[in-house]
Design a protein around this ligand. Sequence first.
Ligand code: JCZ
Length: 243
Amino acid sequence: MVRSGLGFSILKRAQDAGVLEAYVHDLRDYAPGVHRSTDDTPYGGGAGMVMRPGPLFDAVESLPLTPESRVILMTPQGKTLTQAKARELAQSTHLVLLCGHYEGFDERVRQHLATEEISVGDYVLTGGELPALLVIDAVARLLPDTLGNAASAEDDTFSDGLLEYPHYTRPPDYRGWGIPDVLLSGHHAEIAKWRRKEQFRRTQSRRPDLWAKFEPSKSELKLLQQLDEEEEITVDASTDSGN
Ligand code: JCZ
């Protein structure tokens, strides 16, 4: 699953360009016995299986670790992956992402092998592989020279803690639906102001949690005041459905 995910699109291109190196290791290669099982029944009884420590320790200890290596356990008990976390991980030269299956990991893996735990959100998956791919994807696109367009990572949702502004491309009339006039005006300063206001509008209505953390600059405060005035006039004709 992880190998195939690495074989497409920007992750593929990043590897081809030598920006990203990714190695996938099968824990079964570190599991002894004819069954090569990586899991076992829990001490104390109960339902479900637990990842055995041996294959995880042996696999990690077979790697060329450096003091910079971070050994990250993919688990719903970890700290949630955020853009800030992705930026921090992108500074590292070596990430080891540990993926389990079954109910979870032997606690000694947490205590003595992993340097940290990361969750990709508050929902339960069948294993850590898809979370690992999410981490790789979020980190890889931040590496220098991964994106063709260096500016676009700057403009992204979350780069400044706000949602992105609405985007439009050709045709200017699609099925009778037009685009905002300002985008055709050629007035770059007006376009920039419109976009910033739309970011404010969207973030206020859809992500009050993000909005509460946003600290506007002086010039942004002025835009906000304009937005409030506009919304007082158009409150009944609001065009933002929240979608
Ligand atoms: C192993 N089930 C590893 C991580 N955020 C998140 N949700 N679910 C997981 C996860 C679930 C797992 C395993 C067995 C991670």
